[in-house]
Design a protein around this ligand. Sequence first.
Ligand code: PLP
Length: 357
Amino acid sequence: MINVTKTYLPDKEKYKKYIDQIYANGWVTNRGPLVRELEQRLAEYLGVKNLVLVANGTVALEIAYRTLDIKDYVITTPFSFVATTSSLVTNGLKPVFSDINPDTLNINPQNITNSITKNTSAIVPVHVFGNACDVEQIDNIAKENDLKVIYDAAHAFGVNYKGQSILNYGNISTLSFHATKLFHTIEGGALVINDDDLVEKARYLINFGIENRESIPELGTNAKMNEFEAAMGLCMLDEIESVLEERKAVFENYKLALEGVVKLQKPNTHSSNNHGYFPILLENENQMDQVQQALNRHEIHPRRYFHPSLNTLSYIEPKQDMPISQDISKRILSLPIYPELTKKEQVNIINVIQGAL
Ligand SMILES: *Cc1c(COP(=O)(O)O)cnc(C)c1O
């Protein structure tokens, strides 16, 4: 069976050496030496100043909102993984959706401007499938209207924009290191914080609000990464270049065969691609069903990333209509893409799609 992704497991002997180290020093969690080492190495690898590791990408978003004191209404995209919206709702924030650009699949800055009111406090865009948002325009809109920007960069590991990390835009960017993502720590995530003054606050917030034995200055939670997860991250980081290369080969192979046959996401020309996903857009939901069923008959399981459009979730009140996102979400499929996907499997996937159209 072929799924949309397959968790990459790095060299086992190396992982065992880290486990031996953890057993030897007995330090399993609470910002141990491996978490510190991974924070340092990731900041360097990604080209960012301040990186705080956390338990997952969902809690990274929640900590970002709390670090920046976000209140009331937040403008966000309806086309993302559910956590982008649910993290707002669970923190008492009200999502105001702005529809997407049908080509880039990212939030449309024009719509953001139209949605701003005096009760808006922040914008939460997503670099969908690693495709960079219109970061300069979004950051300008935010400045003009005194809003914070939190980029959900769960898909944007290693993506550069005009030669520097995309994570350096906005106030905070969040990453997910879940096992399904291209770089992972089993479960995990990170905040990239561009304001140096907010780093300590984020560190208290992920540790119950505790500063030291004497002082608990913030209302916090428990969102810490542990040493076993950090060890996985350190091993992954050693192999990330080959992971990226092998994904790129799959991506290029699909692109060569499917460009012009189905519609593909339009890339931001100023940004690099990490080849984390390969979404295809079919003409309508019917055709999407046909393609999906044909693939399923061959034990190939693409995913409907993203479906449903988040403005249609049951817990979103009042209802907001997002025609573009609702249309796209009905007819998009993300194809299997991961390093171990063989040439033969890729050819098979391509043939089944072509046969189903
Ligand atoms: C994966 C993902 C998340 C959630 O990350 P977890 O680590 O699974 O909690 C949030 N936003 C987007 C866009 C994602 O793809």
